[in-house]
Design a protein around this ligand. Sequence first.
Ligand code: BT5
Length: 248
Amino acid sequence: MNALHRHFESIGSTNDEAKKWARDESTPAPHGAIVSAEEQTFGHGRRGRDWASPKGKGVYLSIVWRPKIAPTQIGQLTIVTALAASRALKEMSGLNIETKWPNDILFNRKKIGGILCEAEIKNGEIEFIVAGVGLNANFEQNDFPKRPVFPATSLLIETGKPVSIANLQAACIKTLQREYSLYEAGGWDSQRAEFIARCAIIGEHVWVRDEQQEYSGVATNIDDDGILMIQTATGTRRVLAGDVVFNK
Ligand code: BT5
């Protein structure tokens, strides 16, 4: 452990631990602080869903950011994080890793990683963002939930070769730091363009599901705030959140 990185053998959720650390009044997690773990007993995804996190089979880490951006731009950081995670997987495996708005990392239309960005906002300003990354490195088929919302896979399943978790984690920390620095230096336009170029749903007919409704259309773009645009039969819709799937 060092002042900027806390690593655990087992923990509930690295996102929860990072939030606790970021809120700690005596030694709050600084910008760039990292929490990682070998397993999570309460790993979670969006809307309280579970994230399977078996011991030694995946990368489970969270990074604390303290960006000077408006709360409406939080979606940008999910995209920056997804780009970083996809680059780390690609560097370690050589596979053609894609993204899927808003928070999925895909290979061959199967989910090989996921992002969970959580923001703490006070008086209309962002106090911090915790960006959580889960990467399926050495998962076998029976490590996944029985009915995932989206088909799942891992580097081991796709390549037949186990990967070093420590190396993948180190690669991911590097790409996160690199992408964030780029972003901070004004790289958002090129990061958005790259995310779009790698985003498996752009130009495709997709279904969008959120808590209230379900509709379909062609995914056309991701706007400046990181929001998905869908061309439906009745016009263009801005999708703020939800699950996007290829087939109903
Ligand atoms: C996500 O949510 O994809 C966000 C995943 C973020 C996980 C990281 S691990 C480190 C940090 N600490 C945490 O507690 N979380 C973050 P979502 O899009 O809501 O997808 C969740 C759904 O994916 C679940 O309902 C399952 O159906 C499925 N799922 C669960 N575990 C999976 C896995 N390992 N690989 C693929 N799909 C999975």
